[in-house]
Design a protein around this ligand. Structure first.
Ligand code: ATP
Ligand code: MN
Length: 366
């Protein structure tokens, strides 16, 4: 019997098991005191392949506190990527990335799925969401406000050249592919501070690979995956099952945050990292279904990911995420509309997997 349009109650009800997980996650990300002589060594010892953080590691909160508060000894410009990113140097020669705020929380990014600049809050929320889904392959991220003005003297000359004072406020536009003096970020006139997301730097060698579901970035040209219903069978010949399941985890994650810009994906020891999550949470009123293409074209999903998604049904996902977000210095991180959008998108994922199950049965779970 077809039941299209009707989701089983289990997908709409709360699973009582989530309450315990929520408490555990909050205890992990809650900011804690740290020992500056050991904290970076500890955090740098964690990554194993793409697992950046061990499960249920309470010291994550110490790293969060450290990246959010450690004195900044030096600021330079990141050479990587295309958008403005600063590099902060802390004591013990630890470097972290800073993605500045470009948009207010309630701003809606219209246009294509990849429109706009990075959203700093998306980087922070994505870290929390990945922890909820037990995809511990994002960098640790925390919000922070800094005074550009107070740090000019600790900024390298190349970057200082791109730091004009506008209306008495210190600004920066930086050096990067999209950087130009018409678009800059500045200390807020009221607080004198610039907010942004601080990203812990994942140590080790990171490889960049073209995504099989890459977009053409041209409305007039369709990509192979947009033209061929049998596209996944081609991908399966080229990738290991593990690599494909990693891409499907990433697709679920990207669909929830609505990041349609993962044209390349990055790996560590052959396993996928969820790096560069700044293009999420642009428009809470739109769900680009094609971000889910890896899932509905392949109709497979990791059993552990699926079971984890089921634990956060019926509002539990955003209840947990909101509580984690509230622990960040830059709270509130999302408007209500974005939380509603997450719950709606979660139902789309449940529905998509149900349709796959109707077609292929439980062998879709790997
Ligand atoms: N937290 C991190 N740890 C380690 N490396 C990182 C981290 N964040 C970013 N990088 C590296 O820096 C590169 C650029 O970062 P990111 O993709 O966030 O910038 P971007 O300006 O959005 O670039 P693009 O336009 O290519 O998407 C990444 O491809 C990655 O190799
Ligand atoms: Mn990017």
């Amino acid at each position: 019997m077809r039941t299209a349009g009707v989701l089983k109650p289990a997908f709409r009800n709360r699973n009582p098991k989530y309450v315990h997980l929520k408490q555990e996650l909050l205890a992990v990300v809650e900011p804690k005191p740290y020992n500056i002589s050991t904290i970076w060594k500890t955090a740098n010892s964690w990554p194993k392949a793409n697992e950046v953080i061990p499960g249920n590691e309470k010291l994550v909160g110490a790293v969060i506190n450290a990246i959010a508060t450690e004195p900044i000894l030096r600021i330079k410009n990141s050479q990587r990527g295309t958008q403005l990113k600063l590099v902060f140097e802390f004591a013990q020669s630890q470097h972290v990335l800073f993605k500045p705020k470009w948009y207010n929380r309630e701003e809606v990014i219209n246009g294509t799925v990849y429109s706009g600049k990075d959203r700093h809050n998306s980087e922070i929320v994505s870290f929390h969401l990945a922890m909820i889904l037990n995809l511990r392959s994002t960098p640790i991220v925390a919000g922070r406000r800094i005074s550009l003005r107070d740090h000019v003297s600790r900024t390298v000359p190349e970057l200082q050249k791109t730091m004009p004072i506008v209306n008495n406020g210190q600004c920066v536009y930086g050096v990067c592919y999209y950087c130009n003096s018409d678009e800059m970020v500045c200390d807020d006139p009221d607080s004198g501070l610039l907010e942004g997301a601080v990203l812990y730097t994942i140590p080790g060698k990171i490889n960049k690979l073209r995504s099989p579901w890459q977009r053409t970035y041209d409305n007039a040209v369709l990509a192979a995956w947009e033209k061929n219903d049998n596209y996944c069978s081609m991908v399966r010949k080229k990738l290991t099952l593990e690599a494909l399941l990693d891409l499907i985890d990433a697709a679920l994650f990207d669909f929830l945050i609505q990041n349609g810009d993962r044209h390349h994906y990055e790996t560590r020891d052959g396993r996928l990292l969820l790096l560069d999550n700044g293009k999420g949470f642009g428009n809470p009123y739109v769900d680009h279904m094609d971000i889910l293409a890896p899932l509905y074209q392949c109709c497979i999903v990791r059993r552990t990911t699926w079971e984890r998604l089921l634990l956060f049904s019926g509002g539990a996902l955003t209840d947990t995420l909101r509580a984690m977000n509230e622990l960040d210095l830059l709270k509130p991180l999302l408007t209500k509309e974005h939380y509603d959008a997450l719950e709606r998108r979660l139902l789309y994922i449940y529905g998509t997997v149900e349709l796959c199950k109707e077609k292929y049965g439980t062998k879709l779970f790997k």
